[in-house]
Design a protein around this ligand. Structure first.
Ligand code: M6R
Length: 608
């Protein structure tokens, strides 16, 4: 979604702003813009529709050595992607960039009769509102921003500069992240710490309801009620290599291939194979509290939701007296669901910023239920607001399609389930096989990835002309099929849907014809024979079946088979998901689409 960068310091602002916006490209956007202000107050505002390359082209003709500026990548909400709707927005001497949504912008707009609006955005309304309090610089910019924000309903992360005082940037946040980077004689801002990597390691994460006035060597943070805040300086842990492609053509392939290591990071220090136990420090629940848990609510969106569904299937296998409900955050936030007091909620999010998931977290907390984050982005809003949590530690995930996060989210949640089961006194013999397989998974993932890649690529090419797909699985392979279908849908634009095998005869079987192919996940296990019968039914109706299986002697007359060689049994679906990830990747390449930045989508969905 939208991205913000800003710079005030001894260096040239344009350079940082442009490189920062490029770092934020992965979040998804459809236009971009930058304003810099010279010492004499001359502002240079440049905006362009489409890719940052278009902005860069325009900037090349207007190089400036100005020492202050702000920039933005916009993901359209109010008004189509266009140069006029791109940020920064100007009102009088004010320039403003905004992430989020101003819900009462229509009412506010009616009161701002002196401003001539040039865009359809809610953000320009905010710029005009700040300007109406600024009164040509008669009032301090920070005060004008505070007055304006007091009238605003909605979410925002904003940065504001004025050509009347080209030495300060004012930033504020409510529901949309903002990080302040502390440099030597320079202060940088970004909506995502990845834009600051390589520039500084010291950062302040602004909290909701805070506003800050920044100069090149000062940072004053206060609340909207003017109470001073002594902000905590934190370290940015990400390194440059983690946000670069590192020789891969696409971030997606890099992130798929990284999984042996990223899962190792998730498991580090948390698995004791000798004892057959796991230990998670982050949730911060006592043994007694763990024993009392009777219900688990798992909340997430998209891939995080699928990871929750998958983990739920495992946790109920070994944790007695527990009910598990995995819910889609955008639905759950408006449901009137009763949450029993002996429940714990797992809040699952790679970015830690997803608006719907965050809203659920806040609702659930209001009901006095303990919340545990299963989050990747360190220091993100969800990570900071949960009662306890387990970071998945997979490093930055840049490609819009989530891959390595899924694997680690699912396993981290299973480990949380194991922690509950241990506390509830489940026999070690029941839990040990799970712990042993989890410990082996990173290595097995490595083997599968290097083993299947060429054949998956070949099969994906063969099916590249198809626009419809059905993913099938049952038990733990069912949420895995859902995740596989989402991957294909979001990057290859194939109309891919997942069904539990047992549901086929209740409707989806009618779809089987030459326009569809079916990807069947067939792990060994108690339900294997039943799934095979379902495959027979699809084949009998002329289906084009690709099978993914760990059954060595699988010999059905399907069109394609990807055999996985592994001694992992319970978690075989996690390995099969790697095939789905690679399949989606190679299909997208064959179709010629943008792998890392699929159309219409954003990496971090910070608006509802
Ligand atoms: O950052 P989050 O994990 O909260 O994101 C949730 C979804 O937006 C995300 O998983 C989305 O579905 C991915 N693009 C799927 O690949």
């Amino acid at each position: 979604m939208c991205g913000i960068v800003g710079y005030v310091g001894k260096g040239e602002a344009q350079g940082f702003l442009l490189s920062g916006l490029k770092r934020l490209e992965y979040r998804g956007y459809d236009s971009a813009g930058i304003v810099t202000i010279a010492e004499d107050g001359t502002a240079t505002l440049i905006r362009a529709k489409g890719k940052i390359a278009n902005l860069e082209e325009k900037l090349a003709k207007s190089r400036r050595s100005d020492k202050i500026g702000i920039g933005h990548t916009r993901w359209a909400t109010h008004g189509e992607p266009s140069e006029e709707n791109a940020h920064p927005h100007k009102a009088g001497d004010i320039y403003l960039v905004h992430n989020g949504i101003i819900e009462n912008y229509k009412e506010l707009k009616k009161t701002l009769t002196e401003h001539k609006f040039e865009s359809e955005t809610d953000s320009e309304v905010l710029a005009a509102l700040v300007n109406s309090f600024y009164k040509d610089g008669k009032y301090p910019l920070v005060n004008a921003v505070v007055q304006a924000l007091k009238l605003v309903q909605g979410t925002y992360g904003i940065a504001v500069v004025s050509s009347k005082n080209p030495e300060e940037i004012v930033v504020a946040r409510s529901g949309s992240p903002l990080v302040i980077g502390i440099g030597n004689d320079e202060t940088l801002i970004a909506s995502d710490a990845s834009a600051l990597v390589g520039h500084t390691k010291r950062a302040i994460y602004l909290n909701d309801g805070e506003v800050a006035r920044l100069t090149k060597n000062s940072i004053e943070v206060k609340t909207l009620n003017s109470e001073p805040v002594s902000a905590k300086v934190e370290e940015i842990e990400t390194n440059l290599a983690a946000i670069q492609k590192g020789g891969y053509e696409h971030f997606l392939l890099k992130e798929i291939v990284e999984q042996p290591n990223s899962l190792k990071e998730t498991l580090r220090g948390r698995v004791n194979v000798e004892n057959g136990t796991v230990h998670l420090g982050g949730p911060g629940l006592t043994e007694a509290e763990l024993r009392k848990i009777k219900h688990l609510i798992i909340v997430g969106c998209g891939t995080a939701y699928h990871a929750g569904l998958l983990a739920g299937y495992y946790i109920e296998q070994f944790t007695p007296e527990i009910t598990i409900e995995t819910v889609i955050a955008s639905e759950y936030r408006y449901r009137s669901a009763y949450i029993p007091k002996d429940a714990v909620a797992l809040i699952v999010s790679q970015s830690g910023e997803t608006a719907d998931t965050l809203a659920c977290l806040r609702e659930i907390k209001k009901q006095g239920i303990k919340t545990i984050g299963i989050v990747n982005a360190i220091g993100s809003t969800i990570a900071r607001e949960v009662d306890g949590g387990t970071y998945v530690h997979v490093g930055p995930e840049i490609s819009v399609a989530s891959t390595k996060a899924f694997t680690s989210q699912a396993i981290a949640m299973v480990m949380f389930g194991l922690t509950i089961a241990q506390a509830k006194g489940v026999k070690p013999g029941v839990l040990r096989p799970y712990v042993e397989e989890i410990a082996k998974l990173p290595e097995e993932i490595g083997k599968v990835l290097s083993g299947v890649q060429p054949e998956v690529e070949e099969i994906a090419k063969k099916y590249a002309d198809y626009d419809h797909a059905i993913y099938l699985g049952r038990d733990t392979a069912y949420p895995t099929a859902m995740e596989g279908a989402l991957k294909l849908k979001e990057i290859s634009y194939v109309d891919a849907n997942a069904y539990a095998f047992g549901e086929l005869k209740h409707g989806p079987l009618a779809l089987v014809d030459d326009r569809f192919f079916e990807l069947a996940l067939l792990p060994k296990g108690a339900l294997y024979d039943k799934a095979i019968s379902n495959v027979q039914e699809v084949l009998a109706r002329g289906g084009h079946v690709i099978a993914v299986t760990n059954v060595a002697d699988f010999d059905m007359p399907v069109e394609g088979v990807v055999k996985i060689t592994t001694d992992i049994e319970m978690f075989a679906p996690v390995l099969m998901n790697l095939v789905s990830q690679l399949f989606a990747y190679y299909m997208t390449i064959a179709k010629g689409y943008n792998v890392d930045q699929p159309r219409n989508l954003a990496k971090s969905v910070t608006v509802e």
